[in-house]
Structures are given as C-alpha cells and as structure tokens.
Design a protein around this ligand. Structure first.
Ligand code: PLP
Length: 379
C-alpha cells in the first residue's frame, strides 16, 4: 500500500519557497495554513498561530476581513481585470483620487504595478527619464542609505545594501553609492537620535556637493529601515534630505512600501517630517494584505516632464496586471476602514498600550533602550 505524501512533502517537492534555503526544510517544517481569521492563521487541525509578522508586513486589519471580503465579492461580479493602457475603470480612478487627496494633492499622479520591487524600479526609471526629458541626461546615478532595502529585482538590488541578498548577483548589479544611515542606534553616549540624524545629513551634504551633477535620486525608507532590523531615525533627517535634494537638484524617492499605510502613526511616514518626496512608493498594506498592488505617486512637475507629443518622452513602462480592479477595490475598502474605524486617531492609544505590554522586556539583557528622540517621530 502506498501512503499519500503529506502537503508539506508535496510543497517541498513542487513549490520553491521565497527567500528560503530549501534544504533547511529537511529539519524545519513548513506551516500548512488552511484558514485565516482576524490576527490568526489556522492549520488544517485547527491549531492557531498569531500572525505577528502580518504575512510579511502586508496585513493591516486581519485575515478574511468581512468588509474587504464583501467589497471584493461585489467587484468580482462586475469586473475582474482589464488592461490599464488605453482603458480605465472606477476603482483605479477612485483610488488614485483618494491617495492624491491624502497627500494634500502634492503627489497627484499614481502609476501602478503589483509588487513592491516593481514600484522601486518604476521610481528609479521615472527619475532618470524625467531628468533626460528635462535636458539633463548625465543625471543617472542613485544614492541610498547604508542598510537600505528596496526589493529583490536587479534595479532594486542596486539601491539595496544587504550583502546576503546582493552579493551572489554582484556582476549583474549597477554600481551605486551609499551614504551613512541616520540609524538612531548609532547614538554615542549623551547623543540624541536627532544628533545622529544631523551627522548623517552632513555626510549626505558632502556627498551631494561632489556628485549631484551625475545623481538622479536619493532613495530612502522614511523613519524605519525595516529589513536591516527596524532601524529607526529622527524625522529631522528627512527634512534635511528634502532640503538638500532641492538645493542640489536631486529627486527624493520615499520608499513607503513597508512604512506607509499607517505603520508609523500617520498614513504616510513622510508626514512626521512635514515633507513630500518627488516619488512615493507604496505597496504591502495598501490592499489590506489581500492582493498584489503597488504604486508610485509623483508630483505634477514630474508628470509634466513626460507630457509631450513625442511618444518616446512618455513613460512606456507596464505590467500586465497594473491597476487590477480587484486589488484597487481591496485598497479602497482598506482606506474606508481607516476612515470609518478612526484608525489613525486611535494609534497613539494603541502604541502606548503596546509599549506598556512590552515594558517588562526592557530589563532583558538582549534589549537595548532607544536613544532619546529630538522630535516627535510619529510613533
Ligand atoms: C522598504 C521595502 N521596499 C521594497 C520592498 C519590496 O517589496 P516586494 O517584496 O513586494 O517586492 C520591501 C519588502 O519587504 C520593503 O520592505
């Protein structure tokens, strides 16, 4: 009699799991998830796991949320997909208008893709192309922060500073430049997070003064560099970076793929510093963790740099599922939950409740107290 292989064995045989050394699964079992319910992932035997990583930081309001489910069911019976070149539809227009309004219309043009790394690629390409269209073809370089993470595609890896993800592909990756991170953990005794931010801003200024003529954009993760270990910085760094980018004519790309959508207290992390970038990348939480959706918001000045009779001055980038109506509907439902459940207003209370709950951990030898912040970081 032959026994049927388990789901775990079949998965190991047929699914090449992401960001994984598959051999480790000889020892470490995969978790077979059958259902999701609020913060819980539930296996076929009914065992519950708290989804504390929110399924790679994408889920905002829990699994199988009744309202998002209902909105998706309604949209499913109307339109599942249509290409976005030459066509448009209600959910993508509504979503673009809503996001523009959330930026006070500072970033009024939304360009769509599916995964976060695609949004990074789009912002990088748009930046270089905008300079080219504006008669500055030499501005092709990118600058990122030490410890940065912007995704796994070849262009995104060029602005990512995590050797484990990068090194095997070094021959494929375009050389870029890295400036010191304002990571508040680098504070010397007596220094605040703001002091570290000012020091890092000085290094940024020195670099830009020398290289701005060949630099298209600075890309950064505002407030928290997540993949390098949730390295937080003072919002003063963002204000300085914005001013320096203006002074040296370099675009500022804010990668809010992980930190946007309320994760740091405001809807956009940049709001903590009172600045807007030239490009803002969003993904992960924007669809409530339901469907792949990413986008790049940009200013009118950028949009106008592409607006012309000449086809080749246009941004001829595309992905087949760009602006998918179901994904946009999940995003609209997510934005509605933010409004109707007063999510942002309730965050300070939740944050202090979580801080209290974590308080006993502060005495643990592996836990380091954060340096004093010089400003309200927005948490
Ligand atoms: C800041 C940041 N940028 C980009 C990405 C890439 O997004 P994706 O995994 O959807 O390609 C991530 C993913 O974790 C991220 O944290």
């Amino acid at each position: 009699m032959t026994t049927r292989p388990s789901l775990l064995d079949r998965s190991r045989q047929s699914v090449w799991h992401p960001c994984t050394q598959m051999k480790q699964h000889e020892e470490l079992p995969l978790l077979p998830i059958a259902r999701g319910e609020g913060p819980w992932l539930i296996d076929a035997d009914g065992k519950r796991y708290l989804d504390a990583i929110s399924s790679w930081w994408v889920n905002l309001f829990g699994h199988c949320h009744p309202y998002i489910n209902q909105r998706l069911r309604e949209q499913l019976d109307k339109l599942e997909h249509v290409m976005l070149a030459g066509f448009t539809h209600e959910p993508v227009v509504q979503l673009s208008e809503a996001l523009s309004a959330l930026t006070g219309h500072a970033l009024g043009h939304a360009f769509y893709a599916s995964d976060g790394a695609s949004a990074t690629e789009i912002a990088l390409k748009m930046s270089v192309h905008a300079w080219r269209n504006q008669g500055q073809p030499a501005k092709t370089g990118f600058l990122s922060l030490a410890g940065s993470y912007h995704g796994e595609t070849i262009g995104a890896l060029a602005v990512t500073d995590i050797p484990l993800f990068r090194d095997a592909y070094a021959p494929l990756i375009r050389a870029g430049a890295c400036v010191p991170s304002p990571d508040a953990r680098q504070a010397q005794p007596g220094e605040t997070a703001r002091d570290v931010a000012l020091r890092a801003a000085q290094a940024l200024e020195a670099w830009l003064a020398e290289h701005h003529a060949k630099t298209a954009a600075l890309i950064l993760e505002p407030l928290v560099q997540c993949a390098t270990g949730m390295a937080m910085h003072d919002p003063e760094y963002l204000r300085r970076a914005r001013a320096l980018c203006d002074q040296y004519q370099v675009h500022l790309i804010a990668d809010e793929i992980a930190v946007g959508c309320g994760r740091t207290g405001r809807f956009f992390a940049c709001e903590a510093a009172g600045i807007w970038p030239d490009f803002l990348c969003l993904s992960k939480g924007i669809s409530g963790g339901y469907l792949p959706l990413s986008l790049v918001l940009s200013t009118d000045a950028i949009y106008q740099a592409f607006y012309a009779d000449d086809l080749s001055r246009g941004f001829l980038h595309s992905h087949s599922y760009t602006g998918n109506p179901l994904a946009c509907t999940a995003a609209l439902a997510t934005l509605e939950l933010f409004r109707t459940e007063h999510v942002l207003e309730s965050l300070p209370q939740r944050a202090s409740w979580l801080a209290q709950a974590a308080e006993p951990l502060a005495a643990h030898p592996a836990v380091q107290a954060p340096p004093a912040t010089g400003d309200d970081p927005g948490f």
